[in-house]
Write a protein that binds this ligand. Structure first.
Ligand SMILES: Nc1ncnc2c1ncn2[C@@H]1O[C@H](COP(=O)(O)OP(=O)(O)OP(=O)(O)O)[C@@H](O)[C@H]1O
Ligand SMILES: [Mg+2]
Length: 242
């Protein structure tokens, strides 16, 4: 299948600092769940930031639907259909759930359409409808993560990139997050997920990518990555057991 997003041998870092990503590559196929794993500091978050235009790409290409994204601003990349939920979720804690959903569609010019989208997202996530007027910052961690994920659906993006959505959540809630991801994928949204829990992430993904020291170390069908002896040793059997 043709790649929806193709990252070819990119080098990127923060400001004038050292290169964090070095010849990193990634192929993203439409409609699939892709899971990026790797040790702390491997460059997982940096890769997502480079794709969404938050970092300057020094070398290599990011190509989305055949178009080069290098040099575009984050808002331009968002308009093209790539939505990013950072590790810290980036909700507006003092705004209500409804207002947060509205912010998710700030680039939409048709405000009536935006309100219809908000209503339809609330239909999909009853907890958000129930809590529509509650300040986001007063909700539980799981509810906030649900809001952060649901908010991306306002724009009906092609790709949603999620940086460690399970961080700090109880196992039961983490399961719910994976259910939401599956629902998004069934809706035709391609998922690019960074997950600390390698076993959990790969089990729910179609495609697995292992980053180490800013390089793509292993890439393949999630089941194969899960069965790779190097992964078993690094994450699943050893000290970093998931
Ligand atoms: N804003 C920044 N300025 C300078 N260096 C940074 C910045 N953010 C991250 N780095 C560096 O980039 C490298 C990769 O960090 P990154 O956050 O991408 O790792 P990660 O794989 O997401 O790790 P984790 O699993 O801990 O989230 C690290 O050496 C980190 O110190
Ligand atoms: Mg990170």
């Amino acid at each position: 299948m043709a790649d929806l997003l193709k990252v070819t041998d990119i080098t990127a870092g923060y400001g004038d600092g050292p290169a964090i990503l070095q010849d990193t590559h990634l192929n993203v196929e439409p409609g699939k769940v892709h899971c990026i794993i790797g040790p702390n500091g491997a460059g997982k978050s940096t890769l997502l930031k480079a794709i969404c235009g938050m970092l300057t790409i020094r070398k290599g290409d990011v190509v989305f639907k055949g178009e080069r994204l290098n040099g575009l601003r984050p808002d331009q990349i968002l308009r093209k259909g790539i939505c990013f939920v950072p590790q810290e979720r980036a909700l507006f804690p003092k705004m209500t759930v409804r207002e947060n959903l509205r912010m998710g569609g700030y680039i939409m010019e048709d405000k009536a359409k935006l309100e219809r989208r908000i209503e339809s997202v609330m239909e999909r996530f009853p907890i958000l409808k129930e809590r529509a007027e509650q300040h986001a910052g007063t909700m539980s961690g799981g509810q906030q993560q649900t809001l952060a994920m649901a908010r991306t659906m306002i724009l009906k993006p092609d790709i949603v990139m999620l940086d460690e959505p399970s961080l700090g959540l109880a196992p039961k809630i983490v399961k719910e997050m994976f259910e939401i991801m599956k629902m998004m994928a069934a809706d035709g949204i391609t998922i690019l997920l960074v997950e600390q829990n390698a076993l959990m992430g790969l089990k729910h993904a179609d495609w697995g990518v292992v980053l180490d020291l800013g390089r793509t170390f292993i890439e393949g069908p999630a089941k194969e990555v899960l069965g790779d002896p190097r992964i078993q040793e690094l994450y699943l059997g050893g000290k970093r057991a998931a």
